[in-house]
Design a binder for this molecule. Structure first.
Ligand SMILES: Nc1ncnc2c1ncn2[C@@H]1O[C@H](COP(=O)(O)OP(=O)(O)OP(=O)(O)O)[C@@H](O)[C@H]1O
Ligand SMILES: [Mg+2]
Length: 262
């Protein structure tokens, strides 16, 4: 199963990716998470030791040059648009508590017309991870999903858009839905996060009619307190993990049973 998580800044994408990966891993699935947010912090949220020491793929200049034939930053005109990437996951993922992580890093801005070697390598790698791997792959993305190309988008079984009770995150959800339709990705679902009341839930349901809701996660001060005290986020809130288990159950019908070989 391939899941991508998007939504407005700060709505709780990374927390959801981390908790979902944990629930999948506990249930016996092999899980590979991808931090595709330029402001990467999934490693820290997953409790990796020394997350700051993880070098994002986009900063591996020698690797990018080796695979594409062009060094980032140099004005080279010719380079490979289909670099070899199938050996990269095993070489560059990190693993902690049974969850694998690849940190993509910052790509060059410039939209889909920007063919620079780092973008080409990252796109090839993300496509490979989504199209050719057997793991449950969970992608933590920024609010835009433009860097999911058409071919890659087809491999995404579910695009989860996280929203919080507030107009702006709902507007972002509509924008993402539009982009998703443009690239041929129809399987969108919403997760409401940071809910404080029944009326928060009703607000989301009424402002997002016609959308599938996978679940509603309560606001829990315990998560904020754990963050401030630099304690593991994943163990901080029982009510949140319970709701993420429900979301996992709602996703299961589109997953294959865990492979018994690992
Ligand atoms: N249900 C919740 N209850 C309380 N705090 C929460 C909840 N969900 C997320 N948070 C807090 O909100 C903040 C933002 O969460 P998170 O980093 O997961 O969001 P994000 O969407 O990934 O943000 P960014 O766009 O910056 O990547 C964090 O401090 C997190 O601890
Ligand atoms: Mg994040």
């Amino acid at each position: 199963m391939k899941i991508a998580v998007s939504g407005k800044g700060g709505v709780g994408k990374t927390v959801l990716v981390a908790l979902l990966s944990r629930v999948f891993a506990e249930s016996g699935y092999s899980v590979l998470t991808i931090d595709a947010d330029p402001d990467a912090n999934l490693a820290a949220t997953l409790g990796f030791p020394h997350p700051e020491k993880i070098v994002p793929i986009s900063e591996m200049k020698d690797l990018i040059e080796e695979r594409t034939g062009a060094r980032p930053g140099r004005a080279e005109i010719f380079f490979k648009l289909n670099p070899k990437v199938d050996d990269l996951p095993e070489k560059y993922w990190r693993e902690h508590n049974g969850i694998k992580l690849m940190v993509m890093g910052r790509t060059k801005q410039g939209g889909s017309g920007c063919y620079c070697p780092e973008n080409v390598l990252l796109q090839a790698l993300v496509s490979h991870l989504l199209l050719a791997r057997d793991e449950v792959v969970i992608l933590d993305m920024e609010a835009g999903i433009e860097h999911l190309g058409r071919a890659t988008a087809k491999a995404v079984d579910k695009l989860i858009v996280v929203v919080e009770p507030g107009r702006r995150s709902v507007e972002t959800a509509y924008r993402i839905d539009k982009l998703a339709q443009d690239i041929g990705l129809p399987n969108i679902a919403i997760v409401g996060n940071k809910l404080r009341s029944q009326s928060d839930r009703e607000f989301l349901i009424s402002t997002l009619p016609g959308f599938e809701f996978l679940g509603f996660i309560p606001y829990d001060q315990a998560l904020v307190a754990a963050d401030l005290a630099n304690l593991p986020l994943l163990d901080s809130s029982q009510q949140i993990i319970n709701e993420v288990r429900n979301i996992y159950q709602a996703l299961l019908p589109i997953a294959k049973a865990p492979s018994t070989t690992n």
